[in-house]
Design a protein around this ligand. Structure first.
Ligand SMILES: Cc1cc2nc3c(=O)[nH]c(=O)nc-3n(C[C@H](O)[C@H](O)[C@H](O)COP(=O)(O)OP(=O)(O)OC[C@H]3O[C@@H](n4cnc5c(N)ncnc54)[C@H](O)[C@@H]3O)c2cc1C
Length: 432
């Protein structure tokens, strides 16, 4: 028998568990450890609440969690409640699948003013992350700025622009729904350092902006190269650029606008104690395709600024860490210690991109310790003893199902669930 610990229950953790289970069958026990009693990482706390069909991928993870030999151990934070060195003592291999939960900083003056948020904070607020339940983003002004040209920037802009009606069927948390319904935001400006050909926005997410009830996208045709240049783009990007070109001709009698401001790099955020404006420098592309400042600056009014320019992983004691992720070679950090998903690669790709990571690392583990081999490590038995000695109250998969049932029971009409937004409410739901 082999014992494996996977730290993190997001997509990368679950794909790794699935791969290890396929490789080892009954010859392994796999424990998926998470700091929260609720699994699935960014499927719960990141993916937009109005994209329920994407969140349904968790059904596949449910099957893994319910299969023999796999356990979910929640409410245990690795690095705080138990160290990686201790896990390596108890388990044959440890896989870090801890994601990349921290916002990358803009690194410009004024970033610390009230009303300047990172997308992890804003997204966490509307998705019911307990760390951001009290965020209270300023929504009483008319002008929001979103910095970044990826899908997360689009999520933020869309959520700021939707009507109450359009959240029907979503699992946006009640506090965010009420605040957004009362929001005075009328213009959301999306700033991108480069141009339409350099966006990292996918057609589905971009296309949605053309069909919003109370908002419409505004794009300047002068920002595009000649249309023949689109031919050289890969098909997905070409489709996105075609959508953007289509937005240039759009006029609509709607109260809200989502303005794409390309070749625009924020250089300062200003205000008296809270954000009032953002100073932007016009850029152009140099020969290598990088954005170069032109020296021309202008100011945009801003009552809220959200930066959506990427994320970094949390370091864990004694694990080598560089450039916002764990130092690894094809997922291997050191003897019996591995990384997968955003903790391995950094914050890029879709949910499915994490699958090959998990399978590759499972293959490496199986090559190092063949499935028919055994060890005398104690696995979960030793972990549970240690946690009990430290008064850490671990939860399991059945506990998660109880929380899920309680969230479903308190859902408002038309919503699949009303999430608990405080750690203690999860434990209350378990009667602890
Ligand atoms: C705002 C946003 C929207 C997105 N929307 C989409 C989308 O629409 N479609 C799509 O395909 N992809 C989307 N993605 C990307 C997708 O969510 C990621 O590819 C995926 O979640 C990365 O998986 P992961 O397992 O590496 O990390 P995560 O999903 O972040 O999971 C990490 C897990 O590790 C746990 N953890 C962290 N530290 C510890 C610790 N010390 N101890 C114990 N547990 C720990 C966390 O609680 C979490 O459960 C989105 C991402 C973001 C940020």
């Amino acid at each position: 028998m082999r014992h494996f610990a996977i730290v993190g229950s997001g997509p990368a953790g679950f794909y790794t568990a699935e791969a290890l289970q396929r490789a080892y069958g009954e010859n392994a026990r796999i424990d998926i450890i998470d700091r929260y009693p609720v699994p699935y990482g960014l499927i719960r706390f990141g993916v937009a609440p109005d994209h329920q069909s994407l969140k349904a991928v968790s059904k596949r993870y449910d099957k893994v969690a319910e299969s023999a030999g796999v356990d979910f151990i929640g409410n245990v934070s690795v690095g705080e409640n138990v160290s990686v060195a201790e896990l390596l003592e108890f388990y044959d291999a440890v896989v870090l699948a801890t994601g990349a939960p921290h916002d990358r900083k803009l690194g410009i003056p004024g970033e610390d003013l009230a009303g300047v948020l990172g997308s992890a904070e804003f997204v966490g607020w509307y998705n019911g992350h307990p760390q951001f339940a009290d965020l209270d983003p300023p929504l009483s002004g008319a002008d929001a700025i979103v910095v970044g040209n990826g899908n997360v920037a689009l999520d933020c802009a869309r959520i700021l622009s939707k009507t109450r009606n359009e959240f029907e069927g979503s699992d946006i948390v009640g506090h965010a729904l009420e605040a957004l319904d009362a929001s005075a935001v009328r213009t959301v400006t999306i700033l991108g350092r480069r141009g339409p050909h350099q966006i990292a926005m996918t057609p589905k997410e971009l296309g949605e902006l053309g069909h919003l009830e109370a908002a419409f996208p505004v794009v300047d045709p002068a920002d595009f190269p000649p249309v023949e240049a689109d031919e050289a783009l890969e098909p997905g990007l070409r489709k996105s650029v075609a959508l953007l070109r289509g937005f240039c001709d759009l006029t609509a009698d709607k109260p809200k606008r989502i303005v794409f401001d390309f070749f625009a790099r924020p250089v300062a955020i200003e205000g008296d104690g809270e954000v009032e404006r953002i100073v932007v420098e016009r850029t152009r592309l140099d020969e290598s395709g990088a954005a170069k400042g032109t020296g021309e600056t202008y100011a945009l009014p801003a009552s809220l600024v959200i930066s959506a320019i990427g994320y970094s992983t949390s370091p864990i004691a004694d694990v080598p860490f560089e450039n916002g992720k764990f130092v690894n070679d094809k997922g291997r950090i050191s003897d019996r210690l591995y990384a997968v998903g955003w903790a391995r690669r950094g914050p890029s790709g879709t949910i499915g991109t994490n699958r090959p990571d998990g399978y590759e690392v499972a293959d490496q583990i199986a090559a190092a310790m063949p499935p028919e081999s055994a060890s005398d490590r104690k696995g979960v038995e030793a972990l549970k003893q240690l946690l009990a000695s430290r008064s850490v109250m671990a939860t399991d998969y059945d506990d998660w199902r109880k929380i899920e049932a309680a969230e479903t029971a308190q859902a408002r009409p038309g919503s699949p669930r009303e999430k608990f937004v405080r750690h203690e409410h999860w434990l209350d739901a378990l009667g602890r």
